[in-house]
Design a binder for this molecule. Structure first.
Ligand code: FE
Length: 209
């Protein structure tokens, strides 16, 4: 057949929302204090040997810890994960808060936390390479231990958006809402260089309401 014109709406990078992602709790530990962070950036990149890449914003404390220690665990969250897990690990910093204070967990052979609930698999990783991506760092890792806990479904980012993230309240103040995590910036104008204090996404991920 002869090629035709693409029928598509050109919409500054919103196309990227069509790429599906899972959501994971990445755990690490520094000086005996465990930390955790929610990410959507866990990808298997090779299979002989098995290697996994995880990309983390440099402003996150987990980036600092993993850069220093070279080890981490990936906890694959399931669709049964309540919003409280996402808010505990996603919307505050481990620099000023013990995120595991009220969380039930075990430890794997590397001494790092594995959640006792809401995960179907854990994978322990050792960093072998690091790629500097300006705002983010990509950790290329080999697997040191892994285990399947149950057959529950891994939660995807879309599932989280549709079924886990709370709906905005009716009486909503005017402002800009982060489409990633729901944080609301109250004000007439959102500064161009604004960064979401909860999920660290830029102003381009906010929409007016
Ligand atoms: Fe956000």
């Amino acid at each position: 057949m002869e090629a035709t014109q693409i029928k598509a709406t050109r919409d500054d990078n919103k196309s990227l929302f069509s790429i599906p992602y899972g959501l994971f709790l990445v755990t690490s530990s520094l000086h005996g204090k465990p930390n955790g962070l929610i990410v959507n950036t866990v990808t298997q990149v090779t299979n002989t040997p098995n290697r996994v890449a995880i990309t983390i914003n440099k402003s996150n404390y987990s980036h600092t810890i993993i850069k220093e220690t070279g080890v981490l665990n990936v906890n694959c969250l399931t669709t049964k994960t309540p919003f409280s897990i996402f808010s505990t690990f996603g919307f505050q910093s481990g620099r000023d808060k013990d995120k595991f204070e009220e969380i039930s967990y075990s430890v794997s052979e590397n001494g790092l936390p594995v959640l006792n609930d809401y995960i179907n698999t854990f994978i322990s990783l050792k960093v072998t390479d690091y790629v500097d991506l300006d705002t983010h760092g990509m950790f290329i890792c080999e697997i040191t231990e892994s285990g399947i806990i149950n057959s529950d479904e891994t939660v995807t980012y879309n599932y989280y958006q549709r079924n886990i993230k709370p709906r905005p309240k009716e009486q909503k103040p005017k402002g800009y809402v982060c489409r990633i995590c729901g944080y609301v910036y109250e004000g007439e104008e959102l500064p161009e260089d604004f960064v979401c204090p909860w999920c660290k996404h830029p102003a381009s991920d906010f929409e007016k309401r």
